[in-house]
Write a protein that binds this ligand. Structure first.
Ligand code: PRT
Ligand code: MG
Length: 213
């Protein structure tokens, strides 16, 4: 049995065409089914649905053989125990710093001010600001980062941006682009040895299909 960990939403949706290229069709729709283990048209392949942030954990400890996870999630989790054969070029976005439109970020940085930064991505933010030599107090949040500068909780946020609509709707502006983000295929290292052939077939099919994304 090959077990693939996916999260509901954009990662599931954007992985479907890659699965199709590997001849794998998921037999239930996660938006309507309450099942957490979804069968596929291949008796020896199944999909498990987990929270996006749990995908690296499932794969690292063998709860799944492979998974698809955002590079943001992978960086925060730490990726040393995982084999990462492919950038799938799906669920693309960027990691950015944003502030209230009336906050002079450049000035604050020039002054050497200590910035309060709210984010779900504490490790990425810490490294980014340390490399710039900017002093920050990091505030860990689990969601709705955009609210933090509007309520005075923080001066800035580090968050993912794709269309920019969420920032615009909340009068925030992007002031730094930290990195481009896409989703990666991650593979359990023991599974890669023990189930080499079927896993290799999936990697090869994903590889061919993802270059055209
Ligand atoms: O949402 P939930 O709390 O259940 O989990 P999650 O946010 O971890 O999962 P999900 O499915 O929302 O995101 C999974 C992965 O998709 C992330 O790890 C990213 O790699 C990738 N991705 C791509 C995004 C976005 N684009 C994105 N736009 N993840 C989140 N967003 C959010 C962003 O945080 C912000 O709130 O969308 C908002 C901004 O979008 P725009 O279009 O308004 O700019
Ligand atoms: Mg989300």
């Amino acid at each position: 049995m090959i077990t693939l960990a996916l999260s509901k939403g954009r990662i599931f949706d954007e992985t479907l065409p890659l699965l199709a290229a590997a001849g794998i069709e998921v037999l239930e729709d996660p938006e309507t089914s309450r099942k957490l283990i979804l069968p596929t048209n291949q008796a020896d392949v199944r999909v498990v649905l987990v929270r996006a942030t749990d995908v690296p954990t499932y794969v690292e400890y063998g709860g799944a053989d492979l998974g698809v996870t955002g590079f943001d999630t992978l960086l925060e989790h730490g990726s040393s125990g995982l084999y990462q054969p492919l950038d799938l070029h799906i669920a693309r976005c960027r990691m950015s710093v944003a502030v209230r439109a009336n906050f002079d970020y450049a000035h604050a940085v020039r002054q050497g001010a200590r910035l309060k930064v709210a984010t779900k991505y504490v490790a990425i933010a810490r490294e980014f600001f340390a490399a710039k030599g900017v002093h920050v107090d990091l505030i860990k949040l689990y969601g709705s980062m955009e609210l933090a500068p509007l309520t005075g909780l923080a001066d800035a946020i580090v968050d993912l941006v794709s269309t920019g609509n969420t920032l615009r709707a909340n009068d925030l502006v992007e002031v730094e682009r930290i990195m481009d983000i896409s989703s990666r295929l991650v593979v359990n290292q023991a599974a890669l040895k023990l189930k080499r052939e079927p896993i290799r077939r999936i990697i090869d099919a994903f590889s061919l299909a993802s270059v055209t994304q």
